[in-house]
Design a protein around this ligand. Structure first.
Ligand code: ZN
Length: 216
């Protein structure tokens, strides 16, 4: 049995009610419904293409995302019973995918951001995420906040980038209360034995899954 199916089975989640997207490091977020169940999970069912975020208001439908260092951003509004998930690497973060996820939930399902709770899953920490001037330049152009808040200069001319803080700033700017944004404190690079890390193991390494949904 494919590992995705095993994982879902172990958590008693119906693979025919689970949806996966094919990531593109963009900011497209796609609302999904019951007819999308099984896409990217069941053999012969194509994932939602070129999409880095999924949202749904259907209880019993689960959103499935794979990452290795990038941030899995899991979002729930327990009042309207709406969930969302997004993949935030540095490109998605520079383009405010987390903020876009919240705004799209507002538009599609009339969610109040004040009700939203967020979990940022295991992801690479700032001490492990060295980037060059090229990445800083992209943030300088696109990021709404002072890049000094998320970049720290190093003696070798490079920078440490705090993607988790960047996403927190964006979620708060979109109206999510700071006290409702949680993180695991687990760095994928430091715990690459338990999770997967592209920085520690290369692009060909595996990916681990994050899943969110309401039981029907
Ligand atoms: Zn780390």
């Amino acid at each position: 049995m494919p590992r995705a199916r095993l994982f879902l089975q172990r958590h008693q989640i119906d693979p025919h009610r689970t949806v996966k997207c094919r990531l593109s490091h963009g900011t497209r977020i796609t609302p999904v419904s019951l007819s999308d169940g099984g896409r990217g999970i069941i053999e012969g069912r194509e994932p939602i293409d070129a999409t880095d975020g999924l949202i749904t208001s259907h209880p019993g439908l689960f959103l499935y995302l794979i990452t290795a260092d990038c941030l899995p951003v899991l979002v729930v509004d327990p009042v309207q019973r709406v969930v969302g998930i997004a993949h935030a690497g540095w490109r998605g973060t520079a383009a405010d995918i987390a903020g876009k996820l919240i705004r799209q939930m507002q538009m599609a399902y009339h969610v109040d951001p004040a009700h939203i709770h967020v979990l940022i899953g295991p992801a690479i920490c700032s001490q492990c995420y060295e980037v060059g001037q090229d990445v800083r330049d992209v943030f300088q152009q696109q990021f709404a906040f002072d890049p000094k808040l998320i970049f720290s200069s190093k003696l070798n001319g490079k920078f440490d980038l705090d993607l988790i803080r960047a996403n927190r700033l964006q979620l708060q700017a979109a109206g999510v209360p700071a006290a409702q944004i949680f993180e695991t404190g687990i760095c994928t690079k430091e715990y690459s034995d338990r999770y997967y890390s592209v920085r520690a193991e290369g692009l060909e390494t595996g990916r681990f899954a994050s899943v969110i949904g309401f039981t029907a």
